[in-house]
Design a protein around this ligand. Sequence first.
Ligand code: F6R
Length: 597
Amino acid sequence: MCGIIACRTAESAADYLRIGLRRLEYRGYDSVGVAIQTATGDIARVRTIERIDTLDRLLADWSGPAFAGAGLGHTRWATHGSVTESNAHPHNDCEDRISLVHNGIIDNADTLRASLTIAGHSFDSDVDSEVLCHLIEDRLQLCGDLFEAVRLALVEVEGSWGLAVLERGTGRIVVAANRCPLLVAHTPDGAFATSDIAAIADWVDEFRVLEDGDIVDLVSPPRWSRQEGIGASLPPVHRCAWRSTDAELNGYADHMAKEIDEQAELVSGALDSYGSRIADGSLWAEYGMEPFERLHVVGCGTSLNAGRVIANLVRRLGGIPVRCSTASEVADEIAEPGTLSLAISQSGETTDVLRALETPAVCETPMLALTNSAHSALARRADAVMLCGAGPEIGVAATKTFICQIVAGTALMISALVGMGRLTRAAAVDLVDDLRYLPDRLGHAGVKAKCVVPRIAEEISSASGMIFIARGNGIPYAAEGALKVKELTYCWAEHHSAGELKHGPLALIGVGTVVIVVDNDDPRLRANIAEVQSRGGRIVSIGRYADSTVQVASIPSAPWGPIESTVPLQILARSMAMSLGRDVDKPRNLAKSVTVE
Ligand code: F6R
């Protein structure tokens, strides 16, 4: 969703902000803006509701005083207030003394706005973020020091924030965070702050992540205020895993195509890194978690689908009761003794997941995080963290993180079951042997799918929607296939357990209705396919059967289900979207990291 970059550099801040904003583009945005200190000490503000290209042009055409080294940039994904230039960040105070960018939600914005209006402040936008600007202005008038003004202002604020404020004249930048990601880095190029390491990865080797309540003055060395007070140690240093080359396409048409193709190699690398630690239980032992009698998986979207695969595996191999919860609906769930909560989120910043951690069902149990971000809020709050190791995923719709989450979760849970005496080492060795074939099978599925799927996608792309069906451990894959089609094509796509068709959804099937079958070799699927065909539905089947439309080699009895079907399903969604002229890397209304409830 929204992205922040702030910098104090020796060279023109505009050069850094432009690159940084490009790196934030993948998160999705509907307006973009910068505030840059100029040689005269004033703040130049440029905002647009068009693309970053337009901002680039506006900056290139800038005819005012030269840009100096302090600046802020922001990509906005509208939640409060419509997409207009005045709602775009940065926001200014009444006297243009400060500029501010903000991610998050101010819960008491209405109350603050009312009292600030009575105090004489005038507002230019509809967004909650602007109240922060006027509140800081108010406190700055009293104390004259930006750092102190931010501190005093935030005492009044309820909600979540990652924010950066630039002061006219001094070029000072103060940043603060509460329940929103923000990190700072001091480098030979200057000092940086951002909500997403991708924005500053070109210049940064190491960074620190702000914890809730932290306020930092972006001077060198940084002045840091912590909730624990004076003397509290600084947050740990993290190494930057992003490289600028991660954003390159290397000959691919789009990041989604590149990331689909990376999957086999990533799985291979992950399995190599776990080595014998899966089957001997030592991978699990490294996490120091207590044995568990129940598993509660919590996540959203694609991550929840991956979680369902992992839960199915734990139930089947370990005979352990499992439950899977949509993170936004965990509040009413009841904590069960002996439960391990497994919170899954590629970004580790999804607000619904972070809120779920505060509910009794999760916070009263040990919590293991499975994430792609070692420094995320989820990772910081977990009792133990398993990284899924997918590397930077730039396509907004999740692809390789899904596969990597499944493989990491599968490896860890097999290891856990051995460690807890619920699975023999010999059985685990056999499973690991099967997993070892996975990279080849995924690669093969990709080759096959690229030959067959684009033609099918072209034929069915005019359908207004489609149904995905599966049984048993194929269901999460059908769910993921439907989610990808929805996200990328903007056509409806729903998934059903195939057995449920006859209990209602068959009403949707008419002549030509497209039904995608994720075929995990369950013989009962044949009857379900016949039900569809007898009503004139068009079957596209993905599986091992010789008569499958798209054949993929999978292991019929694998406890992780027909994971290989993921590749054709991803290619199907991408190919359909391309036939419809959609932007597959930046589908509409989808954000890479969803930081609102
Ligand atoms: C799917 C997608 C979303 C995310 C969901 C959870 O392509 O991108 O459904 O899976 O928003 O995000 P994370 O995994 O970051 O918690």
